[in-house]
Design a protein around this ligand. Structure first.
Ligand code: ZN
Length: 613
């Protein structure tokens, strides 16, 4: 007898599910100690190797790792820590390019134009501090240590004690964390980055790439993070100890800076609320319309909100159900303060199985209310609610949308259905006496008999004496490639894990900076599967899975934002663990409260889990 389902999950794919770094919570600032600080971070170099006349830059003596990439990786990590701590941060570059736009023909922009552009950004933002991030190189491989470049006077020759103190604190904190040989004094350098800026500014050179020991250390996983954390601690300490001097210096240099105070960026929830209410305070008429529109958007993104609005005198009464506490919380911001708001969150999902050859999914709990989808025989749907008389169930189908299915079209699943290891998909409509199994239905295999396959039926049919099984010709069915799919999914998870520890960068797609949806799409692209990039579109990929069970490798976890809509995605690693690109870095998290990397915030925002491919 032929093996129905070849096992293709390779041992290599499973072994490579080992993360490169220990699984632990990354360093995150406590509170917002840097509130009020404006700072410019400049990852040194970048883009020069694409310019005419390029003569090569510093690289690891053995690793050959380019300096500009190390600088960017440390800087992006540092920017995350500073922002988490409440600082207003400018980053001069986030890709491999210069800041100046080179002409396509003719000589490239000069070094002084390039460095001038970086200094200018720090001045235009009226930054309290300006820090350029570099790694050193020297002709002797013995050179080994931290070097801070400053210039102790401003452009008019006045002393800059703050700059000197900044350098002291930087060197102290970095030397405490980064391997070094001899101790270098501040290098008083007429470097354009420090001489031409009157703000306290410094260039940090973490170590010599020409030194084999430092090269090996800095290119090992997690060590650019060590550098970033050390610099973060220096900045946090300097701001704590010297805040009033830094504020005074800023006011002296940029008298208009206090007026520059940036409008706080509106949060996505604030923006959506303004859009829904037309920028006006909520009143009963506006609220009712806003709730109707919001419910529509929630449903389009795979969630559920149904409300009934009534008036009791002047008082607005809002009653209904929704799929997630964050949906209720946002909906509440759309109604006037005194309103009676009673929107409850639906109970957790429980699986049921399609028992009809096909059953309509209705827009409303009534027959012929508008069919939105169909549930095929054997399909698992996730039930969240019911009409008071129990005749219709509110279910989420594998394709993601909510809708109403009549109760008698669904069956409680038994062991054969949940976690069935082997299933077949029907290639053509197949009759079992007068009961039709439609093409596309996927049913568990109970056993194989010569040229026939015995499949489970959710509810017996008369022809089999109501036994919950049927024997069908083998050529009517094809194996559901569950094992092959699992191999791909494990491959995707393994590919994503290689980015563990990479700094978070919105929209980033490399190990020098990685975004959340980008991590998931790159992981699956490694297996030849193209996914959309928006969290809302990812929320509709693959099939809906239980969100309170295991998170299979490669599964997409969709997390809601304060809008109650999909905002962030992660990638399943098996068990209850997943990988997510979130500030400050790509990290392993868990939905299990017992796990040291449990993340309560994310667990509470989880909307659903979708399995791929
Ligand atoms: Zn450099």
């Amino acid at each position: 007898m032929q093996a129905l389902l070849p096992l293709v999950l390779s041992a290599a794919a499973l072994q490579s599910l080992q993360p490169p770094l220990p699984v632990e919570r990354p360093f995150v600032p406590q509170g917002r100690p840097l509130e009020g600080l404006v700072i410019t971070i400049d990852p040194g170099h970048g883009g020069a190797s694409h310019s005419a006349g390029y003569t090569g830059s510093a690289r690891g003596v053995d690793s050959r790792y380019p300096e500009q990439d190390l600088n960017l990786k440390v800087s992006v990590h540092l920017v995350n820590l500073l922002r988490l701590a409440g600082a207003d941060v400018r980053l001069t570059r986030s890709d491999d390019s210069r800041m100046t736009l080179n002409p396509l023909e003719g000589p490239p922009t000069s070094r002084s134009e390039e460095l001038g552009a970086r200094v200018k950004m720090a001045a235009e933002s009226a930054s309290h501090l300006f820090l350029a991030v570099h790694h050193n190189s020297f002709s002797s491989p013995q050179a080994h240590g931290v070097v801070v470049l400053i210039w102790p006077t401003d452009k008019r020759g006045n002393d800059q004690p703050l700059e000197r103190e900044f350098a002291d604190v930087l060197r102290e904190e970095v030397e405490a964390a980064v391997p070094h040989g001899r101790r270098y004094n501040h290098y008083l350098s007429q470097h354009p980055l420090v001489t031409f800026s009157d703000q306290p500014s410094a260039v940090i050179e973490f170590g010599f790439l020409s030194n084999p020991e430092f090269d090996r250390w800095v290119t090992s996983p997690g060590n650019t993070r060590t550098e970033a954390v050390a610099v973060y601690k220096a900045i946090e300490r300097f701001w704590r100890e010297r805040r009033s001097e830094l504020e005074a210096e800023r006011t002296r240099l940029f008298p208009a800076a206090s007026l520059l105070g940036r409008e706080p960026e509106p949060t996505p929830a604030g923006r959506l609320r303004r859009e829904m209410l037309g920028g006006m305070p909520p009143d009963p008429v506006r609220s009712e319309e806003a709730l109707r529109r919001y419910a529509e958007i929630v449903r389009q993104s795979g969630g559920w909100l149904a409300v009934r609005v009534a008036r009791q005198g002047d008082r607005m009464v809002v009653e209904g159900e929704c799929s997630h506490p964050l949906v209720a919380a946002f909906a509440k911001t759309l109604v006037p303060d005194g309103a009676d708001f009673r929107v409850r969150v639906l109970p957790p999902a429980r699986p049921m199985v399609g028992a009809f050859p096909m059953a309509s999914v209705w827009a409303e709990p009534a027959l012929a209310s508008g069919q939105t989808d169909q549930v095929l025989l054997g399909e698992i749907v996730w039930v969240r609610g019911a009409t008071p008389d129990g005749s219709f169930l509110l279910a989420q189908t594998p394709r993601g949308g909510f809708g109403w299915v009549r109760r008698d079209a669904l069956e409680e699943p038994d062991g054969a259905w949940l976690g069935a290891a082997r299933k077949v998909r029907f290639l053509a409509d197949t009759l079992v006496d007068d009961f039709r199994i439609p093409a596309g239905a996927e049913l568990p295999v109970l056993r194989e008999e010569a040229d026939r396959v015995v499949v489970a039926l959710p509810r017996g049919v008369r022809a089999t004496g109501f036994r919950k099984e049927a024997s069908v010709p083998r050529d009517r069915v094809a194996p559901v490639a569950a094992e092959a799919g699992r191999g791909l999914a494990a491959g995707a998870a393994a590919a994503a894990l290689r980015y563990q520890g990479a700094p978070y960068l919105h929209g980033g797609r490399t190990e020098l900076g990685m975004g959340d949806a980008e991590l998931v799409t790159l992981a699956w692209a490694s297996q030849g599967v193209r996914l959309p990039r928006e969290a809302a579109a990812l929320a509709a990929c693959g099939s809906l899975a239980s969100s309170d069970g295991e998170v299979p490798p490669g599964a997409v976890l969709v997390f809601l934002g304060e809008t109650g809509l999909p905002e962030t995605v992660g990638l399943g690693l098996g068990g209850r663990r997943f990988l997510i690109a979130a500030p400050p870095e790509v990290q392993v998290c868990s939905l299990n409260p017992e796990d040291p990397v449990f993340d309560r915030g994310l667990a509470e925002r989880l909307a659903f889990v979708r399995t791929l491919p």
